[in-house]
Design a protein around this ligand. Structure first.
Ligand SMILES: Nc1ncnc2c1ncn2[C@@H]1O[C@H](COP(=O)(O)OP(=O)(O)OP(=O)(O)O)[C@@H](O)[C@H]1O
Ligand SMILES: [Mg+2]
Length: 312
């Protein structure tokens, strides 16, 4: 059963996990970049396990929703009386992590002030509680996620460049689902199994439905696909999940479309290389780093697939 989960069957995810294993010795901060619903938060949990940090805790700082005034004390902790309302000493994530993982989820929402304060912790692995003088060691694996355009937030200054380079020693891009059609079917089969197990059903997918799923653009990515299966199975009238069951749920219903050819591995590779190159503005060194291959290998693949930097 375990070898059927997408982590083992999806080429994209297998490549990512392989890459994470390769850097395991180095304790490098990992940055996961991808549209909403591509599985960044999920993958962060996987990385915690793959990097064998499970003796320590997995702590998530939800940078998008946490009140900015609380972020500092949440991370660093505080001494009694450090500020109005600090009635007791409180330990923060750096203290609790103890060899575990800290996830800065949607890190682009951290204030510039906190980004600056984190620089020192990341460089020196040392910190003080707010209002404290005792210097303490911080041992943790850092994972951050970003679901917006990185170049744009660097450009606008929302994210400090020096902070970005520290949290992005290992940059992993999770391509949107529409760019990895083989994963659409892998996840569809997986969620179908989950639904069948949960509701004690034996739903099947016709080829028509598979084609429909392949051609839908999945703006909400894996989250949307998962939701679609659970919702469709609740409303389904027969033992088959039909296109109509999905059309009723998905944001942009599509008409039945002709079978789109599934990509070959080479086509998927070419596509993925193009996605990453576009993302970095055709910067070879950075793209090679993201792809986890040597710069020369990337150049060779670009020649092979005739990928050229577009003239602007
Ligand atoms: N590899 C996977 N195997 C099984 N389920 C997955 C996988 N990846 C993602 N999911 C499921 O898809 C949904 C969306 O994943 P997740 O929350 O990790 O996305 P995200 O990229 O963090 O999105 P956002 O940017 O909106 O926070 C979750 O319900 C998650 O459990
Ligand atoms: Mg998330």
């Amino acid at each position: 059963m375990l070898d059927q989960i997408p982590l083992h069957t999806s080429p994209t995810l297998r490549a990512i996990v392989k890459r994470v294993r390769e850097i395991a010795e180095e304790d490098l901060p990992v940055l996961l970049i991808g549209e909403t619903g591509t599985g960044k938060s999920y993958l962060a949990g996987v990385i915690h396990t793959v990097l064998e940090k499970t003796d320590g805790m997995f702590l998530t700082l939800d940078c998008a929703t946490l009140n900015p005034n609380l972020v500092e004390s949440e991370l660093f902790g505080h001494e009694k009386g450090a500020f109005t309302g600090a009635a007791d000493r409180k330990s923060g994530m750096f203290e609790f992590a103890c060899g575990g993982t800290i996830l800065l989820d949607e890190v682009e929402n951290l204030s510039l002030e906190i980004q600056a304060k984190l620089l020192r912790v990341l460089d020196e692995k040392k910190f003080r509680r707010v209002g404290g003088i005792e210097e303490m060691a911080a041992y943790f694996q850092l994972i951050s996620t970003i679901n917006v355009d990185v170049d744009e937030i660097l450009q606008t200054g929302q994210l400090r460049k020096d902070f970005f380079y520290r949290i992005a020693s290992v940059e992993i891009v999770l391509p949107p689902l529409r760019k990895r059609p083989q994963d659409i079917l892998i996840f569809a089969d997986y969620f179908l199994r989950l639904v069948n197990e949960k509701y004690g059903r034996e739903f099947r997918l016709t080829q028509d439905v598979r084609n429909y799923l392949l051609n839908y653009p999945w703006p909400g990515n894996i989250r949307e696909l998962k939701h679609a299966f659970f919702a469709a199975s609740r409303s389904a009238r027969s033992s088959e999940l039909r296109i109509e069951d999905f059309e009723a749920i998905l944001r942009k219903p599509k008409r039945r479309v002709a079978t789109k050819q599934l990509q070959t591995l080479a086509e998927a590779e070419k596509d993925h290389i193009q996605t990453v190159l576009k993302h970095t503005g055709f910067k070879i060194a950075r793209s090679a780093r993201i792809l986890g291959i040597a710069e020369n290998t990337l150049r060779a693949k670009m020649r092979k697939y005739r990928i050229k930097k577009p003239n602007r």
